[in-house]
Design a protein around this ligand. Structure first.
Ligand SMILES: *[C@@H]1O[C@H](CO)[C@@H](O)[C@H](O)[C@H]1NC(C)=O
Ligand SMILES: *[C@@H]1O[C@H](CO)[C@@H](O)[C@H](O)[C@H]1NC(C)=O
Ligand SMILES: *[C@@H]1O[C@H](CO)[C@@H](O)[C@H](O)[C@H]1NC(C)=O
Length: 361
């Protein structure tokens, strides 16, 4: 009844997916162009400069007026520029720096020179694609630029064109640098004084680190079953949002890394399970500085009713003072500091409640 050729072709058909599973990256056409050698070399030089001594460890370089570097990652206009402008202009002391990485292939409107964003677009920006390692590179480029630019940059907050602040700049600066009870999870620390041996406040990095997630295995094998080994065993693979606030020590760790980057930059053969930017940073920091990170993010996002990997996008009629108060509520810290995603047409509504709600401490 079954001819041998039929059985043969049937078994070949059966093995094809298995062959693809192991050899996928080499057999499949890559869905996205890989990062070019010259871009890679540019970045390497930049990261090398940023991590070269005399960068002192963060507890020693900690100045009395540390700054927050705001790293804007965008491939469109900055939708909430007027809101962020007001946020920065209302700062009691200008203890911040702004860096914008805008995809150079997109015609992003340059903010007027009198805006705080006027000359803050970084010159080394390169093309980015969603769910690709180019987002890791862009983030590292921003970190390196900020580290080189100002030794007082002590926290590095990644935000996008869809993010809004949930508090005034003064509140955010105070929460990160001087508050002793902002991080609710550190209460159980045996050394609960919150002071390091150098007598300065210990400031951890705020980055989400998730180890139990149903899709983690698919994400881990998206480049091939054994590709991540031996550097990244599955037990060490983590997930988390790329909207994080890193301290200087961890920013330097990220820039020094070459080992994990070699793996995470490889193209996926399953584009729908790729998202390297959601794995690289949490995996790296949970491996290299597990006690220096909180494991949670300060950027609120709403995953209810998610569509195609995009979180809920707030529309103007949803934007009310009550929403802002609700988005601040966190189980891990005194408050969330940022939120996403808001549709661009929320700007008017957000500006109307900016002074009376958002920036009111
Ligand atoms: C870029 O945007 C500016 C301002 O909106 C416009 O004048 C210009 O024609 C655009 N250029 C391209 C190449 O789209
Ligand atoms: C989250 O989004 C859903 C719609 O997907 C909405 O019904 C809900 O109110 C939102 N939650 C918050 C806290 O904004
Ligand atoms: C805080 O934890 C409670 C209990 O697990 C949960 O129902 C709630 O959604 C959490 N709130 C936030 C803002 O995540």
């Amino acid at each position: 009844m079954f001819s041998t050729p039929l059985i043969l072709s049937f078994s070949i058909l059966l093995t094809l997916p298995i062959v693809f599973f192991f050899l996928g990256p080499t057999l499949n056409p890559q869905p996205l162009p890989p990062i070019s050698a010259s871009d890679e070399l540019d970045d390497l030089r930049l990261f090398h400069r940023a991590t070269a001594p005399p960068s002192l460890p963060s507890h020693l370089s900690f100045s009395s007026s540390p700054k927050i570097a705001f790293l804007f990652l965008t491939n469109t206009d900055l939708h909430f520029l007027p809101l962020w402008n007001r946020f920065f202009r209302r700062a009691k002391t200008p203890l911040y720096n702004i860096y914008v990485h805008a995809d150079p292939t997109v015609n992003v409107t340059r903010p007027p020179p009198d805006s705080v964003f006027g000359d803050r677009f970084v010159a080394n920006a390169k093309r980015t694609f969603r769910a690709s390692a180019t987002l890791i590179s862009a983030t590292r480029r921003l970190l390196a630029t900020a580290i080189l630019d100002d030794p007082a940059n002590d926290y590095f907050a990644v935000v996008s064109q869809y993010c809004i602040p949930l508090h005034s700049f003064n509140y955010i600066h105070r929460s990160l640098f001087t508050s002793k009870n902002f991080d609710l999870t550190s209460k159980s620390d045996p050394d609960s004084s919150g002071l390091s041996q150098y007598g300065v406040l210990k400031h951890k990095s705020y980055i989400e680190i998730i180890s139990k997630e149903p899709r983690l295995w698919k994400r881990y094998t998206a480049r091939g079953r054994f590709v991540m080994m031996p550097e990244v065993p599955f037990e060490e693979f983590r997930a988390g949002s790329q909207f994080f606030v890193l301290n200087r020590k961890d920013a330097l760790l990220v820039l020094k890394d070459k080992t994990l980057w070699r793996k995470f930059k490889l193209p996926c053969f399953r584009a729908d399970e790729c998202y390297p930017e959601e794995h690289y940073f949490p995996t790296l920091l949970s491996m290299q500085d597990p006690n220096g990170v909180t494991g949670y993010t300060l950027t609120r996002v709403n995953w209810t009713g998610t569509v195609a990997g995009h979180p809920h996008m707030y529309t103007p009629k949803e934007v009310t003072p009550e929403l802002i108060y609700e988005l601040r509520e966190s189980n891990y810290s005194s408050s969330y500091l940022f939120a996403r995603k808001f549709s661009p047409d929320c700007l008017g509504t957000l500006m109307r409640i900016a002074d009376s709600v958002i920036f009111r401490d």
